[in-house]
Design a protein around this ligand. Structure first.
Ligand code: NAD
Ligand code: ZN
Length: 357
């Protein structure tokens, strides 16, 4: 048995208002004449947060277009324009949900690695450390702040740049930044965390490390989405830690059926990660009976709408595409269903599942 020796985030600061320490934290990483780049979720354009960005010298703010989940072409374009303008940069600070954070990680890596980010979609293909990178979540749930991947849609696949160079050098966890997220979005992204827990805790890859983080994250999700009647600051505090712990849980195990199926949806239909996971989870009673029952309670309690019938007009060809993408996620299926998963999850069975969504 060979145990994974995984690279983690270098520095973590947590607390309400800790965003104010950003200037001081990044100061030692500034290189003469080279800017810090703040890649900010476009939601914050013209919002008060922008006036709190500690701009110095030739620092640059870029508003990241996260209408679609990050594409390799967008990463390449951002890295190229920064290289053209500055040669190199001191670092990049990603501020936003999972999309903006993933973009920042990927652009950091593409400042120092040749070619296209599509060349590095896979495991341990990245050759050089990127420039300094920090992540500041404004939505809680994906665990992108702690993960060793950055999920990108490329010309032929949706797959992350998984590597030891991918985790952030610094994360700034300030729950105040998530306070104004719309309830639906907060729920979809929060459910990503809940589903990470269910899939990790019921997976065959489970170990005590993952279990410890997964159980804690699950308890925090249950508290905010089932116990509380009104969303308040305590919920933001707790969900931010749930996201972190959920991410740590899957770092040493794997996700499962929901993610494998949802990847197919997002590849073909562009369905966003959190929402796609919810659409799939709603129909997974056969795989996660307890988790699905509780998920449905959370949907009801939070008054959220989960779309139905999104696959109803698809062609055989389109179903095949989704099935191919999904079955390509081998570790996810193996974690969920064991070594003989291919006998359990046949193409026919997966097609029937997609037809229900
Ligand atoms: P997101 O980043 O795609 O953002 C969703 C929407 O919320 C956007 O419209 C955004 O502008 C808006 N938003 C963000 N913060 C806000 C705030 N505070 N107030 C109001 N609106 C706000 O959503 P997400 O669910 O956080 O991230 C999904 C992305 O994360 C996907 O691209 C997915 O592939 C990726 N992901 C990555 C990992 C990883 O380990 N790297 C894990 C899971 C998901
Ligand atoms: Zn996820």
């Amino acid at each position: 048995m060979k145990f994974r020796n995984f690279k983690m985030v270098d520095y973590v600061v947590y607390g309400r208002g800790c965003f104010n320490q950003l200037d001081e934290i990044i100061q030692p990483h500034r290189k003469d004449g080279k800017p810090m780049v703040f890649l900010i979720d476009h939601f914050f354009e013209n919002k008060p947060l922008v006036s709190r960005i500690p701009l110095r010298h030739n620092d640059k703010i870029i508003f990241a277009d996260v209408t679609y989940e990050p594409k390799t072409s967008y990463v390449d374009q951002l890295a190229k324009s920064l290289k053209d303008e500055f040669g190199t940069i001191s670092g990049i600070i990603g501020i936003g949900g999972g999309s903006a954070m993933d973009l920042a990680k990927a652009v950091s890596l593409m400042m120092t690695n040749p070619g296209s980010s599509a060349d590095y979609q896979g495991w341990d293909l990245v050759k050089n450390p990127g420039v300094y990178k920090a992540g500041i979540p404004t939505l809680s749930g994906t665990g992108a702040e702690v993960s060793r991947t950055t999920v990108l849609t490329g010309p032929t696949k949706k797959l992350g740049m998984n590597s030891d160079f991918t985790p952030f050098n610094q994360i700034i966890l300030d729950p105040e930044l998530t306070a104004n997220a719309p309830a639906d979005q907060r729920f979809y992204t929060g459910m990503d965390c809940y589903i990470h827990c269910i899939e990790s805790l019921q997976g065959t890859y489970l170990n005590e490390f993952s279990k410890s983080y997964g159980e804690k994250a699950l308890e925090l999700c249950q508290y905010v989405f089932l116990q509380k009647d009104v969303w308040d600051a305590e919920c933001d505090d707790k969900l931010m830690m749930a996201s972190y712990a959920g991410g740590m849980s899957i770092a040493y195990s794997q996700v499962g059926v929901t993610h494998a199926v949802s990847y197919g949806l997002s590849y073909l239909l562009g369905t966003k990660h959190g929402l796609g996971n919810c659409i799939v989870m709603d129909h997974l009673e056969d795989y996660y009976p307890k988790g699905v029952a509780e998920f449905k309670k959370m949907v009801q309690k939070n008054g959220v709408n989960i779309p139905q019938g999104i696959c109803k007009n698809l062609t055989d060809d389109q179903y095949d595409k989704m099935i191919n993408v999904s079955l390509g996620m081998k570790p996810l299926w193996e974690n969920a269903l064991g070594k003989d998963w291919e006998k359990v999850m046949t193409r026919e069975k997966l097609r029937a599942l997609y037809e229900k969504l």
